[in-house]
Design a protein around this ligand. Structure first.
Ligand SMILES: [Zn+2]
Length: 151
């Protein structure tokens, strides 16, 4: 199925995704470049992600597959881990792209992981077009710990 901008999809609000601005598109282009470095010998699905943080800094990640499939890591969480390891805690946007131009949006696990740090814009290829949506629109009811985090 090909989804075109503005075309309705059953169960999806038509205005969920919007056009990216210049910075968001540039972030997505970075993710597409990074995707070439993915380790995906099992699926051949090479994914890159770039998360933008404060002071114009951004951090990248790729999917890292494993012979034990559940051990594999998504590009989005790899980028998040790199950013958190650098001391970042607040993010403006995360872009995800594939090396071969196939659609890719964050999975539920990655949305939950990103949501730990608050809302941010998700830049992804949806229906052959680069689009942007707030994380909170994609993950409306994240799991939350019963106690406040101690970070
Ligand atoms: Zn994921």
């Amino acid at each position: 199925m090909t989804l075109h901008a503005g075309s309705p999809v059953a169960g999806c609000p038509q205005d969920l995704w919007r056009e990216p601005d210049r910075d968001e598109r540039a972030l997505w282009e970075e993710a597409r470049v990074v995707a070439a470095r993915a380790y995906a010998p099992y699926s051949g699905f090479h994914v890159g992600a770039v998360v933008s943080a404060g002071a114009g800094l951004s951090y990248c990640g790729v999917n890292v597959e494993n012979a034990s499939y559940p051990v594999g890591l998504c590009a989005e969480r790899a980028a998040l881990a790199a950013a958190v390891a650098a001391g970042e805690r607040r993010f403006a946007a995360l872009a995800v792209a594939t090396a071969d131009g196939r659609d890719a949006a964050p999975c539920g696990a990655c949305l939950q992981a990103l949501g730990e740090f608050g809302d941010l814009e998700i830049v992804a290829q949806v229906g052959d077009e680069v689009r942007v949506a707030p994380l909170r629109a994609l993950l409306t009811t994240p799991f939350q710990a019963p106690e406040a985090p101690r970070a």
